[in-house]
Design a protein around this ligand. Structure first.
Ligand code: ADP
Length: 426
């Protein structure tokens, strides 16, 4: 590739503690970025000097420097700007406090800090998680192995939307593809919002919390490194109850509240005194996303699951399975739960097998491939091996056509329907 060498370069000098921000909005636009001298990072990931980084549609980027640096930017339509005011010093202070607690935990063979990041949507929660995790694995001689937990079912940073995930972070995130994944733990939820099946959400959060605490015991390093939890942006009413449930289930020590003073005060009032609550400013660079942008981002995540990213392309498989060869389960939300007498309000959900005559309902739906070893095992209570997408339902021949990251056969025949849909238009 020409790496934008035909576009005239623009040299940008960044002073210490400043960041260059840009967004790639149009689909035919590309921004090429190179670090010429000095040290710079993108959300905590250090840039390699002389390497050309390519950013395409949807990228919302800040190149920050503690020491000062020179950058070369090539783009047809330059919309980048330099920000002198950033909250990075606050975030670094947070990291230093966490580092002290991790050191103490390592010395005493206890658990490191369990931190949750909360706040309304579009305040940079995911970005702060990334920065803190990157700093933890990057800095100091005894680099840490923290566990990253993502409870944001709307985007799904570890897996795909409609799931929650956890993984041990061993290396910094790639500028494009996030953290390298080593055996992530993923639970099926099935909806892009918590309000769609609140009881199921709380249940899988509890399960995940128990497993995360177990995993912490697996190695001294992981144990003392602690946990960073990213959450949903719903902080009012029932959303607040979900947050306090997260705090209890994970036995959270530290709550970092981004941007919202009201939420901060509520948590200070309601949390037991051994839970530390801190208020942090949001970055002026965080880009607000509309419902459409969010839906597009979700679709993009699912596409990436099957087809990969420009820097890491994948080649999915397509194959048929007989209706009778799979068991497809449906976890109905409370509103669909037909067992409830009319007029009663219930939170509960039902797990049931999808009858063969209803197979056409799941066209274009994502199905989670369960790890459950038998039908007796509760399908909502086991983690997920991967996902397939139903691209065709042939009622006459009793066949489903599936898009799958792996060739036939499926690793397990127990599948769970997700409300998330994906239309494969390749
Ligand atoms: P939240 O998790 O609170 O919804 P995110 O962390 O996902 O918010 O941030 C929203 C978007 O803003 C992301 O696309 C992210 O890349 C972008 N972003 C975050 N911080 C900055 C910044 N300092 N400059 C430019 N873009 C940013």
């Amino acid at each position: 590739e020409h790496m934008g060498k035909d576009i005239p370069p623009k040299e940008i000098k960044l002073s210490p503690d400043c960041e260059l921000r840009f967004e790639v909005e149009n689909s035919n636009e590309t921004v090429y970025l190179e670090l010429k001298s000095g040290i710079a990072e993108i959300f905590g990931t250090e840039l390699v000097k002389g390497k050309t980084y390519t950013f395409t549609t949807g990228a919302k980027i800040a190149v920050f420097t503690w020491q000062g640096c020179e950058l070369i930017v090539r783009t047809k339509k330059d919309t980048s700007y330099i920000a002198k005011e950033t909250p990075m010093m606050f975030y670094l202070n947070c990291h230093c406090c966490l580092e002290q607690l991790r050191q103490k935990a390592e010395d005493n063979d206890t658990k490191g800090p369990i931190t949750v990041i909360v706040g309304p949507s579009d305040v940079g929660k995911s970005t702060l998680s990334k920065i803190l995790l990157n700093y933890a694995v990057r800095m100091g001689d005894s680099s840490r192995r923290p566990i990253f937990v993502d409870l944001d079912v709307g985007q799904g940073h570890i897996s795909i939307p409609g799931t929650i995930g956890a993984m041990i972070v061993e290396r910094p995130a790639s500028v494009y593809d996030g953290f390298p994944q080593i055996a992530p733990l993923v639970y099926h939820y099935g909806y892009p919002g918590v309000q769609q099946n609140p009881k199921l959400y709380d249940d899988i959060v509890t399960q995940m919390a128990d497993l995360v605490h177990q995993r912490m015991e697996s190695s001294k390093k992981v144990k003392s490194s602690g946990v960073i939890i990213n959450t949903i942006g719903w902080v009012k009413a029932r959303g607040y109850q979900h947050l306090t449930h997260v705090v209890q289930a994970f036995k959270v020590d530290i709550i970092l509240v981004l941007d919202q003073e009201r939420l901060f005060n509520e948590l200070v009032r309601d949390m037991p005194s051994f839970v530390k609550v801190a208020l942090l400013p949001k970055s002026g660079g965080v880009v607000e996303r509309s419902q459409t942008t969010r839906a597009e981002a979700r679709n993009c995540r699912v596409r990436e699951y099957f087809y990969g990213t420009p820097s890491n392309q994948l080649h999915p498989h397509m194959f048929d399975v007989k209706f009778s060869d799979v068991k497809i389960y449906q976890i109905s939300s409370p509103t669909q739960a037909d067992f409830a007498p009319i007029g009663t309000k219930t939170d509960n959900y039902v797990v049931k097998l999808l009858p063969e005559q209803k197979m056409t309902k799941i066209l274009h739906h994502i199905l989670s491939v369960s790890h459950a070893s038998s039908d007796e095992e509760k399908v909502n209570a086991t983690n997920i091996a991967g996902f397939v997408c139903v691209t065709k339902v042939d009622v006459d021949r009793q066949l489903l056509t599936l898009l799958s990251p792996q060739p036939k056969p499926l690793p397990n025949t127990i599948l769970i329907i997700s409300d998330i849909q994906f239309v494969d238009n390749r």
